[in-house]
Ligand binder design. Structure first.
Ligand SMILES: NC(=O)c1ccc[n+]([C@@H]2O[C@H](COP(=O)([O-])OP(=O)(O)OC[C@H]3O[C@@H](n4cnc5c(N)ncnc54)[C@H](OP(=O)(O)O)[C@@H]3O)[C@@H](O)[C@H]2O)c1
Ligand SMILES: [Zn+2]
Length: 342
């Protein structure tokens, strides 16, 4: 019987992740214990490390694995079932949850932070509501790459932007986990996608994946370049920081939508409210996904046999290298830690 588990934990004194041995978590009656096979990194892991948090927490919003044990009231699952974790934890009781808007939950949180211990651990305990069957065509490593980034991309594109086939979409910073899923989903839908990136190699790769054009935001003027590519502007723009929000306001056509989901890079220095008014732009925030969107997204992955783009896989003991790789922004797609020894 396992009693001690190794976990990747934020250490507030060192202000970095360390590997630590913790007691195996005790289950509440509506929870399941998962033997984690793989866990993915998200930019959130860097945000949490750089924030001024004073208490330790176990990292990891995303994971896949097998059920090790079940709380007394859990039904419909059995030990050994292969599962994927839903990173959005909601109360299921507040008015927003009852309406199905779980990402507006008044107590909403993500796994892998101060509220909930995450999946970068040999075992994780989570509410049974937070597991879904792993799509059978995906490996555990591929499945671990899905939850937070794919769910966020799904909600942003389909619920917030209501993106339609034939529409033109601008995705800022395509190298990231969420951004790359936006590209893949939008291309499959039949949208015309223009991307920006800090890297010409990533732009080239995005074009091979179906983007029609790319702009290097490090050495080109995004708004000027976009005017050459699509003079009337884009229908929808996906923005990830203050600078990209300013560019999206310039790049989006009259009546268009800007979906803002992130805070990498520079904060906003100036909000061009005149242009927002004159173009009647709709600027919409987007946060993770609801439980039904997550189920829909996983069904889509199974039906279309969608395979996530994994940038690099690290062993559990190589977690520091994985965090460095994320920090340096080298990835095109997801970074995954494989906890199972080959
Ligand atoms: N709202 C939500 O629910 C939600 C969910 C997940 C993530 N997020 C947030 O979304 C952001 C990205 O997360 P992730 O996990 O996908 O990150 P990631 O894999 O670490 O990727 C970082 C991204 O930032 C881009 N980037 C960095 N500086 C930029 C700049 N100046 N202009 C344009 N793009 C820039 C990079 O683009 P290139 O590499 O192509 O240059 C890359 O796309 C983070 O802030 C994260 O907290 C929000
Ligand atoms: Zn709620």
């Amino acid at each position: 019987v396992v009693e001690i588990v190794r976990s990747i934990v934020f250490n507030p004194e060192l202000v970095r992740p360390i590997m630590q041995e913790l007691d195996i978590p005790l289950l509440k009656e509506d929870e399941v214990l998962i033997k984690v096979h793989a866990a993915a990194l998200n930019h959130r892991d860097l945000h949490l490390t750089n924030s001024s948090l004073k208490s330790p927490f176990t990292y990891g919003s995303d994971g896949s694995g097998t059920i090790e044990s079940l709380g007394q009231s859990v039904t419909g699952w059995k030990v050994g079932d292969e599962i994927i974790i839903n990173s959005q934890v909601s109360c299921h009781k507040c008015d927003n949850c009852v309406k199905g808007d779980h990402n507006l939950c008044i107590q909403g949180a993500a796994l892998g932070g101060p509220s909930w211990a995450g999946a970068m651990s040999e075992y994780i305990k989570i509410p049974a509501k937070n597991i879904t069957h792993k799509p059978s065509h995906l490996s555990f490593v591929q499945a671990a790459a899905i939850p937070m980034a794919f769910g966020t991309a799904w909600h942003a594109l389909f619920s917030q932007a209501e993106l339609q086939p034939g529409e033109t979409l601008l995705i800022q910073g395509v190298g990231g986990g969420v951004a790359l899923y936006c590209l893949q989903l939008a291309v499959k839908l039949g949208a015309r996608v223009i991307v920006t990136s800090s890297s010409n190699e990533k732009i080239q790769a995005a074009i091979e994946m179906g983007a029609t054009a790319g702009i290097n935001y490090k050495n080109e003027n995004v708004i000027e370049k976009l005017k050459e590519i699509t003079p009337n502007g884009v229908d929808v723009s996906i923005s990830s920081n203050g600078e990209t929000l300013a560019e999206s306001i310039g790049a989006t056509k009259k009546g268009g939508k800007i979906i803002h989901y992130a805070y990498v890079g520079k904060p906003l220095e100036f909000l061009d409210i005149d242009t927002i008014m004159l173009k009647q732009l709709k600027i919409i925030g987007s946060l993770m996904h609801t439980y039904s969107e997550f189920e829909e997204a996983i069904k889509y992955i199974s039906v279309t046999r969608f395979v996530p783009q994994i940038s690099k896989t690290f062993k559990f003991e190589e977690f520091e290298e994985a965090f460095t790789y994320l920090k340096e922004g080298k990835q095109l797609g997801k970074i995954v830690i494989n906890l199972i020894k080959e």
